[in-house]
Design a protein around this ligand. Sequence first.
Ligand code: SIN
Length: 330
Amino acid sequence: MKLLKTIAASVSITLASVTSVLAAPIEIKFSHVVAENTPKGKMATKFKELVEQRLSGKVVVKVFPNAQLFGDDKVLEAMLLGDVQLAAPALSKIKKYNKQVQVFDLPFLFDDMAAIDRFQQGPEGKKLLKSLEKRGLVGLGYLHNGFKQLSASSPLKVPGDAKGKKFRIMASDVLVEQFRAVSANPVKKPFAEVFTLLQTKAIDGQENTWSNMYSKKFYEVQPYITESNHGVLDYVVLSSKEFWLSLPADIRPTVEKALQEAIVYGNQVALAKDQEDKQAIIASKRSQVVTLTPEERQQWVDAMKPVWKKFEVELGKDLIQAAISANQGK
Ligand code: SIN
């Protein structure tokens, strides 16, 4: 009897070790829409490297850039269905989950990246991240890309130059009003379609960061880029609550640390690429960079700033005030 018990025990130990050796690693699919050589693309690759180095054999990260897996409009639905585990959509694309994130789209709101950092890392920014939990999403952090510029088929010096032109925008109602404020026609389209829309002249222009315009070659099909710095394009790194909380207790802290480190790295890349990619576009001579005089820029501010008032109720006066205060270092 004793012998039988010993054999049974050793068989179960062996089975347990075989099972643990054979246990499939946890798979994290990270889906995004931009090129690999961008702040978000590089952040995703860094995250993969760090996780696979530190949790070798336990976790694998598969990065899908360029909307290979899911585009703008589908990625979060796919996440809630468990088909993708990480994404970093532009803040302008997640109003369905909390309309207040559109505060980031208000034109000429933030003076510089430091102000954006202060707002994101302050109480209001943290509250916005947390609010997504009600919708089944965990906001794991903000990631920078940078300020947006205006590109077009003809030079845009003053707001009147945009009149009647069709501009592609991300899916944000604030961005709709921003372009209506200069009598232009905004059209919401996924990022993956922008190059073709510009190339075929189905649209006249768009707004984006230097790194997105460079990596996706928008500058090859847009002869003018106005350096307007009129708005911000940043991201929120998201997972589903269901997946995130299902990560084993001995794994989740390491994944989370790797993610935070990758975000810090991505933010450094964002800062560097903003200038590098602008210079690369200038050097290409395919697109002319239009520099505004302070007076010309003020005309854009005067034309677009009334949009803030239109969204005061929807976004909340206090939230807008907190963003304004971030400019003063508060
Ligand atoms: C992105 O940077 O993820 C895409 C931005 C856009 O849709 O213009």
